[in-house]
Write a protein that binds this ligand. Structure first.
Ligand code: GUN
Ligand code: ZN
Length: 432
């Protein structure tokens, strides 16, 4: 029998029980004097120290004065783009040609891929992100490198090899058949291994032939439990290009619908330029959207219509979209998401913002059975946050009375400096 690893962490604790837009702020629990009990990396109890009994055999870790949050979820990010972050002066299609494709071409080299994957994951952990849905490059070795690094850190991660057989430099192209074969091999090797999952990852409609999109659909039919991860309706030039490449389809979403890529566990990044009708179809299919505010502003793509997503009850998570996005921080993403809605005369509540960063992201990835909050049985991935990490934050919260006010301050002024510790499966990791 393995030795039980029982521990009780005392701190203030904040987490979502469910979507605050559905049950009001009752769906968020705040325990100023909280305790989180974990055993062998799994949550066994969470609540106020006044109501939870700490077993005598538990190791007590006293973090009084700090705030415990569930790890953040990044629902869309590219690990082979760490070296193009903050690239100057372009919008999507030129940005891909000038910066991104050359950077991704280097991932044929497995040593380069391993180095980038390790750096990328440590950067996520430092920023408080414990689970992500991640693009690899077109090279299958890039996904091997990523999963190897994720596995050694015991992380819950989803990744896939890019499928791309046209409209990119020759050295970055696969074929419909090779993309199918390579994806199949990676699925057999990695999917469901410990905490790892595979996503079928056609880059976006313009870089796949009809044959390749059909292969993506075939992979999903053969493995219905896989995720589908792609981009949609990010930039108006991209939308015009899709309309000219697929004249038989009524809109961008219809291209993916035709190849049976729109279903639960399909995650579409951006979705800025969508009709009301497309929102309705996304909702009906139970597909999810990754909203990437830092990227949408940095490469000038447009203002995401969160109100339509909420109206149609489409699940929305936050994505940093590094390297289109200029930050690894989900806190920075919440800050920009707030401003994007402000510009459209819509206000995100602190509760909803926090939900999107944690449980909402987990639900968007259909991983909420495992992560996203401190419900009993979930995996204990959590953050120890210093709400007064900077003099300005300390000053701002000193006069604030409610947890909602303090949470809003954390999300607007906070970044990696506030993430004091990151814990994975009940163990502190070394990245911070
Ligand atoms: N659309 C197709 N490829 C990409 C990419 O790498 N980044 C972003 N932001 N959009 C894309
Ligand atoms: Zn992207």
């Amino acid at each position: 029998m393995s030795h039980s690893d029982l521990q009780a962490i005392k701190a203030s604790i904040l987490h979502c029980v469910d979507d605050p837009d559905r049950g009001g702020s009752d769906n968020i629990e705040y325990f100023p004097d909280g305790v989180l009990i974990t055993e062998n990396g799994i949550v066994t109890s969470c609540g106020s120290v006044h109501s939870v009994t700490v077993p005598d055999s538990a190791r007590v870790i006293d973090l009084t004065g700090k705030l415990l949050l569930p790890g953040f979820v990044d629902t869309h990010v590219h690990y082979p783009q760490v070296d193009v972050i903050a690239a100057y002066g372009t919008q999507l299609l030129e940005w891909l040609e000038r910066y991104t494709f050359p950077a991704e071409a280097q991932f044929h080299d497995e040593a380069h891929a391993a180095d980038a994957a390790g750096f990328f994951l440590d950067e996520l952990l430092k920023n408080g992100t414990t689970t992500a849905l991640v693009f690899g490059s077109v090279h299958p070795g890039s996904v091997d490198a990523f999963f190897t690094e994720a596995q050694s850190r015991k992380l819950r991660m989803i990744c896939g090899k890019v499928m791309m057989d046209r409209h990119a430099p020759e050295n970055l192209l696969d074929t419909a058949q090779s993309s199918y074969d390579q994806s199949r091999q990676l699925i057999d090797k990695w999917h469901g291994k410990e905490r790892l999952g595979y996503a079928v990852t056609p880059r976006f409609a313009p870089t796949s032939t009809n044959d390749q999109l059909a292969m993506a659909g075939k992979l999903l039919r053969e493995h219905p439990e896989l995720h589908l991860h792609t981009h949609m309706a990010e930039n108006t030039n991209e939308c015009d290009w899709v309309a000219s490449l697929f004249p038989g389809c009524e809109d961008y979403l219809a291209v993916y619908e035709y190849y049976e890529l729109v279903r639960k566990r399909s995650v579409f990044a951006h979705c800025i330029h969508l009709s009301d009708n497309a929102w309705r179809r996304l909702a009906k299919a139970d597909a999810s959207v990754a909203h990437c505010p830092c990227s949408n502003l940095f490469i000038g793509s447009g203002l995401f219509d969160l109100r339509s997503a909420q109206k149609h009850k489409v699940r929305v998570g936050l994505g940093t979209d590094v390297g289109g996005g200029d930050s690894f921080s989900i806190l920075r993403s919440v800050n920009e998401a707030y401003k994007i809605q402000q510009l459209q005369r819509h206000t995100i509540t602190p509760e909803h913002a926090f939900y999107m960063a944690t449980l909402g992201g987990a639900k968007a990835l259909d991983l909420d059975a495992h992560i996203g909050n401190f419900a009993v049985g979930k995996e204990a991935d959590f953050l120890v946050v210093d709400e007064a990490a900077t003099p300005l934050m300390a000053r701002r919260i000193s006069t604030q009375k409610t947890w909602q006010e303090r949470l809003f301050t954390l999300m607007m002024l906070g970044d990696d400096r506030c993430i004091e510790q990151t814990w994975i499966m009940g163990k502190r990791c070394q990245a911070n």
